[in-house]
Design a protein around this ligand. Structure first.
Ligand SMILES: [Ca+2]
Ligand SMILES: [Ca+2]
Ligand SMILES: [Ca+2]
Length: 161
């Protein structure tokens, strides 16, 4: 049964390739992503902004997904080396124990920038893609206004065939 479901899903998604994500969102596998570089926000507000669009801060589960988001970030050609983009990871509950906030799951992969996470100033508990390190990961002060990346699952239940 699972195999049949997978097969139907794959069949369906093949027909979804174009225009499946709303304008302003980009697709990778079964997710749509939106990068916000202008309306910078603190981590909690960025999270709310994603939720207002029925999305969440992005959760990076695979190297391929990480590569994809980093490629999209590089396309922006941001000059400010200090610029960062929030994702869903946090260690605010238990210092040094990183989880994806929206799911409570531990990380499957890590892509920290050199020397990160460094808990700079004793309170860096939110996770970002860091321009300085070509968008590898950083722990950052949650109250810093930064860009952010929202992610949502593509609309389910497409007509098959
Ligand atoms: Ca994801
Ligand atoms: Ca921390
Ligand atoms: Ca840091």
């Amino acid at each position: 049964m699972l195999n049949l479901v997978s097969l139907l899903f794959l069949c369906g998604s093949a027909h979804l390739a174009a225009g499946a994500c709303a304008t302003g969102w980009v697709q990778f596998e079964t997710s749509c992503y939106k990068i916000e570089a202008r309306a910078i926000k603190q981590w909690t507000d960025a999270k709310k902004a994603c939720e207002a669009e029925k999305a969440q801060l992005t959760i990076i589960m695979t190297k391929e997904e990480n590569d994809f988001v980093q490629r999209e970030l590089r396309k922006l050609q941001i000059a400010d080396m200090g610029m960062q983009f929030w994702m869903d990871g946090t260690d605010i509950t238990t210092e040094g124990q990183w989880i994806w906030e929206s799911t409570g799951e531990y990380f499957e992969i890590y892509d920290w920038s050199p020397g990160e996470p460094n808990q700079s100033g004793g309170e860096e508990d939110c996770m970002s893609f860091f321009r300085l390190y070509d968008y590898h990961w950083n722990d950052e002060h949650c109250n810093r206004p930064e860009g952010y990346v929202c992610e949502k699952e593509m609309a389910s239940g497409p007509a098959v065939g």
